[in-house]
Design a protein around this ligand. Structure first.
Ligand code: ATP
Ligand code: MG
Length: 231
């Protein structure tokens, strides 16, 4: 990696086509996401938001163009080194049967209990966790059927935050939160991720209004890019 950069994500004319598909899911995407800044990605369902962000941790590779992290093509980086830089909250959250503590620590096995609690606070999860019968030692059932959708999202966010990553990706991670929680979370997140690159996929305008850069996807293409005022 170029050591003068930490967490810079750059897409250069990136297209991606799923194997067997007749059309590119994303087409000729070019943008740069920088440390200390929030990049929001919006667009209707199927417009390619998840496909785009999934290229960063290399769940698959660009069909055309280049994805660079800190100036290096992600294909030239050891997967372990790449993933270590990234805190990722997938759109399809998966928690496992185990305690709340172990579910959050899954993001960073070396995290101290204090660090887990801090991540939970930022994720607006601490309050409901402390109200559970056994607090952080409470059991999450298989498929997390014993907690709500919004609680699952917040645990999953805490799991990503406990990692202290250079790049955070949140794919529809705030969609089940009420407006008040969403706002409190974004405020805490801003402080916690101060020097990191934050990429937020969202539908709700209020979630992304204050982003430094908003990318509007339409049918896999960038239909607009700029701040909320500019768009
Ligand atoms: P949503 O808001 O519903 O999450 P999205 O903007 O994240 O949508 P993507 O999931 O990136 O959209 O999908 C973009 C396009 O790629 C869609 O046409 C979708 O059908 C297609 N697609 C997504 N995943 C796959 C896959 N695993 N195999 C084939 N095609 C896929
Ligand atoms: Mg998606």
């Amino acid at each position: 990696f170029d050591d003068t950069q930490k967490g810079v994500v750059e897409f250069r004319n990136v297209s991606y086509r799923y194997p067997g598909a007749e059309e590119d899911a994303i087409k000729d995407i070019t943008f740069k996401a920088e440390p200390g800044k929030t990049t929001a990605i919006i667009g209707s369902t199927g417009s390619g938001k998840s496909t785009l962000v999934n290229l960063i941790p290399r769940f698959y590779d660009a069909t055309e163009g280049q994805v660079l992290v800190d100036g290096v093509d992600v294909r030239d980086v050891k997967q372990h080194d790449l993933r270590e830089k990234i805190g990722y909250v997938p759109q399809k959250i998966s928690l496992f049967k185990g305690t709340v503590m172990s579910n959050i620590k899954f993001g960073n096995e070396n995290a101290t209990d204090e660090e887990v609690k801090k991540a939970a606070e930022v994720a607006q999860a601490a309050e409901f966790i402390e109200r559970l019968p056994n607090g952080y030692d409470s059991e999450i059932s298989q498929d997390a059927t014993n907690i709500s959708g919004g609680q699952k999202q917040r645990l999953s966010i805490a799991r990503a935050l406990v990692k202290k990553a250079e790049i955070y990706i949140f794919d529809e991670s705030f969609s089940a939160l009420d407006f008040k929680t969403d706002r409190a979370l974004r405020k805490a997140l801003k402080e916690y991720t101060e020097n990191s690159t934050v990429i937020i996929v969202a539908q709700r305008i209020s979630t992304i209004m204050n982003a430094d850069q908003i990318i509007v996807l339409d049918d896999g293409k960038i239909a607009g890019i700029g701040t909320h005022e500019e768009l």
